[in-house]
Design a protein around this ligand. Structure first.
Ligand code: DC
Length: 228
């Protein structure tokens, strides 16, 4: 009997709305498979953070696009997990708040910003053995990914999870305000003209509403293994 073929190291795209658990699931899936993990939202967040810091009009494609092209973005890995850098600066913590999330969504509307971030995202996905999460990974960034997942959950549950996360970090959380913010951000991400948030035609839809992270992870691992 011949020995089983070595599994292919595939690219896995995970898209979905804000706080759908994409990041957690992508990270755990990558860990389980021995793959690397790429959080593309972090790149948009850094552009948002730097644009806010520079006092730019977030709707101005020319100036924010020029800023995005000039940023020296890269990922690193430490005992604290995946880190995102601009030049020497580790911005991983500074980008994790609602204000920067909203700014990221604002600048993500701009074609010049999307174009500036595309090459890096494609390069990171090209070698395979990678789980990439975002909004347009299956549709635009890695249209040939061997597995595409659209991870969704009921907005009220997403808001509840986000509130629980914030409280666990000792922060105040107004669940209604979080819900309103999520719905507004999803509407902007799904409604934009360029690379909107949407399910790729060949993506598998996974709904995590009412399910444990372990159950969702098991489904994703099975989907991935079936494609190797
Ligand atoms: O996944 P996140 O919440 O960190 O993403 C922040 C914003 O960045 C999101 O609201 C829209 C934008 N984004 C995008 O347009 N395309 C991606 N591939 C990833 C994020």
């Amino acid at each position: 009997m011949s020995s089983p073929a070595t599994p292919r190291r595939i690219a896995i795209a995970i898209d979905g709305p804000a706080s759908s658990g994409k990041g957690t699931m992508a990270r755990l899936l990558a860990q389980e498979l021995g793959y690397s993990y790429v959080d593309t939202g972090a790149l948009y967040r850094v552009v948002g953070l730097r644009a806010l810091g520079a006092g730019l009009d977030l709707g101005d494609g020319e100036s924010v696009g020029a800023l995005a092209r000039a940023l020296r973005l890269h990922f690193g890995w430490s005992e604290r997990g995946l880190r995102v850098f601009e030049g020497e600066d580790d911005l991983s913590d500074a980008i994790r708040n609602e204000r920067v999330g909203r700014a990221a969504s604002d600048v993500a509307v701009l074609p010049a910003v999307r174009a500036a971030l595309l090459g890096l995202q494609r390069a990171l996905g090209a070698a395979g053995g990678v789980v990439v999460d975002g909004r347009d990974i299956g549709t635009v960034v890695l249209p040939d990914a061997a597995l595409k997942v659209y991870l969704d959950a009921d907005p009220a549950e997403r808001a509840r999870r986000r509130a629980t996360e914030l409280r666990a970090k000792g922060q105040d959380a107004d669940e209604q305000a979080i819900f309103d913010e999520l719905v507004a951000r999803d509407a902007q991400d799904a409604g934009r003209a360029h690379a909107p948030l949407c399910q790729a035609a060949d993506a598998v839809r996974v709904d995590s509403t009412g399910r444990t992270p372990a159950a969702v992870l098991a489904e994703l691992v099975a989907l991935a293994r079936a494609r190797m």
